[in-house]
Write a protein that binds this ligand. Structure first.
Ligand SMILES: *Cc1c(COP(=O)(O)O)cnc(C)c1O
Length: 358
């Protein structure tokens, strides 16, 4: 079988989606399926849709375009604020976009009118993480302008936390989002469809809170694919953490010293590496490298250690594990590794429908 490859268990992804939909749904929160971690892969997003997801969200317009062109029928959301240079295609391929700049929304309006469409906007509010969002003090002024724009429908507000500043979703910031929603509805006579509190990182707040207040929406990626929440990487009960596996093949296996010898200079990445002398070591090389995956996000299932990688080689200390040339070695991936492997043209995708452990 081709390698490197990523084995994708669609049944397990489907199971995770159903569980999360039921969990969040029990407190009135709808789950949007975030597809950026899987590069909008059509087989995976069909699995999301079959298991209860109605809206698909991605940070790249090109992924939204690919999904539409693959014939996927869903509501599509752009997660990242549109680039000015891509607004026309945003209106074409996204039904909804997350926004934080009035100028961009004005240009969205222009293209929505030209394309005879109504483009839905969710206004992002800054609540402390300091990535995207307008400051709460500016909300009223900006909404006054947005509601005047033709072709634009303000359908909600949202926030994003724990991405840049590491600020956790909590009672304080979620209550603030709810309060802003209430104030806007009253001041402008709106009925906001989306009060979007965040993503997978909202799990801990959600589990503890007695009252989600007005929060009725979360944009979830990591929990669906990896079965965990991103703040502490705690596994969410009853979810599969191994819907994805990366497989590489052994191309060299030898006993060699653990300490490189000869004169020391820079390695392939401009670093001067430091090694500890552990005597002779049973070492394997796999035909996977940094062009295939973010190696720091791989965890081997076998009792072996990853020593490092270059663009096309992964170097392992296999310890007591018996491996030979041609053997396959599988790895668990974290979210960054998943994203990189799904994006790499060198990694073959293989789908498996059965839920059984292999
Ligand atoms: C990536 C992203 C999400 C989803 O994050 P997960 O951790 O995968 O759940 C939600 N909202 C925005 C704006 C994002 O960029």
């Amino acid at each position: 079988m081709a390698s490197p490859r990523i084995e994708i268990n669609l049944e397990r992804i489907g199971h995770n989606v159903r569980m999360l939909d039921a969990l969040y749904g029990a407190k009135g929160i709808k789950v949007i399926g975030v597809t950026k971690g899987v590069c909008g892969d059509p087989a995976i997003v069909e699995t999301l849709l079959k298991n209860g997801i109605e809206t698909l969200a991605d940070s790249r317009v090109s992924n939204l375009k690919n999904m539409r062109e693959a014939g996927i029928k869903a509501q599509f959301m752009l997660l990242r604020a549109p680039l000015i240079s891509e607004v026309e295609t945003v209106v074409k391929y996204a039904d909804i976009s997350l926004n934080s700049e009035l100028l961009t929304i004005k240009i969205l309006s222009k293209y929505a009118i030209a394309q005879k469409k109504s483009h839905k906007v969710i206004l992002m509010i800054e609540l402390g993480d300091l990535r995207e969002g307008i400051m709460p003090i500016d909300v009223t002024e900006i909404v006054t302008q947005i509601v005047k724009l033709e072709g634009i429908e303000l359908v909600g507000i949202g926030t994003n936390l724990a991405c840049f500043g590491g600020i956790k979703p909590d009672e304080g910031n979620m209550s603030q989002l709810s309060a802003i929603a209430g104030e806007l509805e009253e001041a402008f006579g709106l009925s906001l469809q989306f009060i979007s509190g965040g993503g997978s990182t909202n799990y801990n707040w959600f589990s503890k809170t007695k009252n989600v207040k007005r929060v009725n929406n979360l944009r979830i990626g990591e929990s669906i694919y990896l079965g965990c929440e991103p703040l502490h990487r705690t596994i969410i009960p009853k979810l599969f953490t191994d819907a994805f596996k990366l497989i590489g093949e052994v191309i060299e296996i030898k006993t060699k010293p653990s300490l490189p010898y000869g004169e020391v200079g820079q390695n392939a990445f401009g670093e001067i590496p430091v090694f500890e002398d552990q005597g002779l070591m049973r070492r394997a090389i796999l035909g996977i490298g940094l062009q295939d995956v973010t190696v720091s996000g791989l965890i081997p299932y076998l009792d072996i250690d990853i020593l490092g990688a270059s663009s096309d080689h992964l170097i392992l200390n296999v310890k007591q594990t018996i491996l030979k040339i041609g053997d396959e070695v599988s790895f668990h991936l974290n979210y960054g590794a998943l994203l990189s492997a799904m994006t790499s043209p060198y990694v073959t995708k293989q789908y498996d429908e059965s839920i059984e452990c292999k």
